[in-house]
Design a protein around this ligand. Structure first.
Ligand code: SAM
Length: 256
């Protein structure tokens, strides 16, 4: 069942349009096909069908991580799920690790890290802007729930890092400014992952990592998701697709 206070995805069977709405007692979801009472939606099981007042059927779904991230109002640029998946896998994030992340933005990556940690280990998140940190904390509480192993700090990672981490994941404009602080902030054998929209940022960051002299396996790449249309005999890549999100850099800290 999908409960009051949580979000639901409603997909109309006419046009296949997806809507995300938060369920509240006594409220109505209004659409061009009439309305649906929230009090009726809570009676439907995940994956079930509900009919709007003008007779159009809607699929009722509990939002997945991707639904949630792609349907929220954006304030900061979020990380696309294909890249989030790669950051967790290439960064080898698993339960029990102590992970540092900066910046937090809207907290999309924070949620993915917390899920990968599975309640074991810790996530420390540095964010420059107090308003973003507050919004992200609310967003994380809404989708992920209580996270006693998560600490969001309003601070500038370009100035310093407190403590030593197993993994550092960076999504901010100048990660090369963080490299000097990783001398103490990332443990030997630990992994660093950076997410960067432009290739000149990649160059500056890789140059700084090489200059530091204690990073091995420095790898820069991008991931392209190319959807295909599969419709009868028409089987081909979609004509219009989202092309570029960002580049990733991964590397491992080793003895100098
Ligand atoms: N990864 C985030 C997500 O999944 O929602 C999006 C991060 S957003 C692109 C970049 C964030 O980094 C912004 O919120 C910005 O305020 C923060 N930021 C920029 N420079 C920073 C710094 N020096 N220290 C900490 N946070 C910083």
């Amino acid at each position: 069942k999908i409960e009051y206070g949580t979000n639901v995805i409603l997909i109309d069977e006419e046009r296949g349009k997806r809507h995300m709405t938060k369920l509240r007692e006594g409220l109505r979801f209004t659409t061009q096909y009439g309305f649906i009472e929230h009090d009726e939606i809570v009676k439907i099981l995940d994956g079930g069908i509900i009919t709007a007042s003008k007779g159009v059927r809607y699929r009722v779904l509990k939002p997945t991580y991707i639904d949630y991230i792609m349907n929220i109002k954006r304030r900061a640029q979020i990380i696309y799920p294909k890249d989030t998946a790669a950051m967790l896998m290439e960064g080898d994030v698993y339960p029990g690790l102590n992970v540092l992340e900066a910046g937090v933005g809207q907290g999309a990556l924070s949620i993915a890290i917390l899920r990968a940690l599975g309640g074991k280990g810790t996530l420390t998140s540095y964010e420059l802007r107090e308003d973003f940190a507050g919004d992200a904390a609310r967003f994380i509480a809404e989708f992920y729930g209580e996270a006693p192993n998560h600490d969001i700090q309003v601070r500038n990672i370009y100035e310093s890092i407190d403590g030593e981490y197993d993994r550092v994941l960076l999504d901010l404009p100048e990660p090369w400014q963080v490299v000097p602080h990783l001398e103490k902030g990332l443990r030997q054998g630990g992994l660093l992952v950076c997410y960067l929209p432009t290739i000149l940022q990649v160059k500056s960051c890789v140059d700084a990592l090489r200059e530091a002299g204690y990073y091995d396996e420095i790898s820069s790449f991008e991931l392209i998701k190319r959807p295909w249309k599969v419709d009868g005999r028409s089987v081909r890549p979609e004509m219009w697709t989202f092309n570029h999100s960002a580049f990733l850099i991964t590397c491992r800290k080793v003895e100098k």
